[in-house]
Design a protein around this ligand. Structure first.
Ligand SMILES: [Zn+2]
Length: 325
């Protein structure tokens, strides 16, 4: 494949024919196109060490693919302004929402850059742009994705009731907010359903960032069990995929609210730190740690909601400062 500089917006840089197989794209820089690499069902696609600059959707892949070493810069969906950073042109992707993890601000978010709708994909060392702070070295997280996917599969087993999920949600929150010791929470979960104990243990061992993902997953499943069947979809795999997308988007909104809430709390406390960028790290205490200040609920109250816009912008400003070009 040729090196592809100067594609105009609205174009696809590399389109792979559906009947192609074992296509290798390696050490390529793709700039300025709307879509980077599009595959309509080719098999055995390998994209290795591909860089994207100013590309709206780097990967739009149906069919199996192995993607590694991706770097993304100047994501046109992230806009910096005096009011902070924001995501524009947010479109819902077709494949399962893949989580990315940002080392800078601790955010776990549904990636908008990897749209992979294949039955099989392999992902290693891929970077993403953080939608909260703009860090271009966030990591597409296969581990978080596997965990979320397994969670959906386990919690959608036919013998699991809404009441069990609600109880699990309370136990998970207890562990996350330090009211229950991890081992106590695991034992309680195990009693509710044999599969719950192991699941909760996996989250606890995955680390502090996984806690909110867990709450989002259980919360989304409780909500969906009210909503009965998803309209017109019967294939269990497809339903699971839809649920997974719901889980990841719910997680993202919970996380954003949590950031806002913590920022408000920090301003109310007069122990002002001069570096608000350290705020998000406070979200991620290990479940069971005793110095929690997060509060009982992950949902902000109405007053906080009202000021959230301003808070978010301030947060973006302060956090994005060092990375603003
Ligand atoms: Zn970030």
């Amino acid at each position: 494949m040729a090196n592809s500089e100067s594609f105009r917006p609205g174009t696809t840089a590399i389109a792979i024919a559906p009947e192609a197989h074992n296509v290798v794209i390696q050490d390529v820089l793709i700039t300025g196109s709307d879509i980077g690499i599009r595959s309509e069902g080719a098999t055995g696609l390998i994209a290795k060490d591909v860089s994207f600059r100013g590309v709206s959707l780097p990967f739009d892949i149906k069919g199996e693919a192995s993607i590694s070493g991706t770097k993304i810069s100047s994501d046109p969906k992230i806009r910096s302004s005096s009011r902070g950073r924001s995501m524009i042109g947010w479109t819902s992707i077709k494949g399962p929402a893949l989580p990315s993890y940002c080392d800078e601000c601790g955010n776990v978010f549904a990636s908008q850059n990897y749209d992979l709708a294949g039955p099989y994909f392999n992902l290693w060392r891929n970077e993403d742009t953080c939608i909260v702070c703009g860090n271009e070295h966030a990591k597409l997280s296969q581990g978080h994705f596997d965990l979320a996917r397994d969670t959906v599969r386990i919690l959608r087993a036919p013998d699991i009731t809404k009441e069990m999920l609600q109880r699990l949600s309370e136990i998970g929150a207890g562990a996350l907010f330090g009211k229950l010791k991890p081992e106590t929470a695991v034992a309680l979960a195990q009693k509710v359903h044999p599969s719950f104990g192991d699941l909760l243990r996996r989250y606890i061992s995955t680390g502090r960032k996984a806690g909110m993902l867990f709450l989002a997953a259980v919360g989304a499943l409780v909500t969906l069990s009210d909503g009965a069947e998803l309209v017109g979809i019967t294939d269990p795999d497809v339903v699971n995929q839809k649920v997974l997308e719901e889980v990841l988007s719910k997680h993202e909104s919970m996380w954003t609210k949590q950031l806002e809430k913590m920022n408000v709390q920090q301003n109310q406390d007069s122990r002002t730190s001069n570096d608000p960028a350290d705020t998000p790290n406070k979200a991620g205490h290990e479940p069971g740690s005793s110095d929690q200040k997060i509060g009982d609920s992950s949902m902000p109250d109405a007053k906080i909601m009202k000021s959230s816009r301003k808070v978010k912008n301030r947060l973006h400003n302060s956090m994005g400062r060092s990375r603003t070009r």
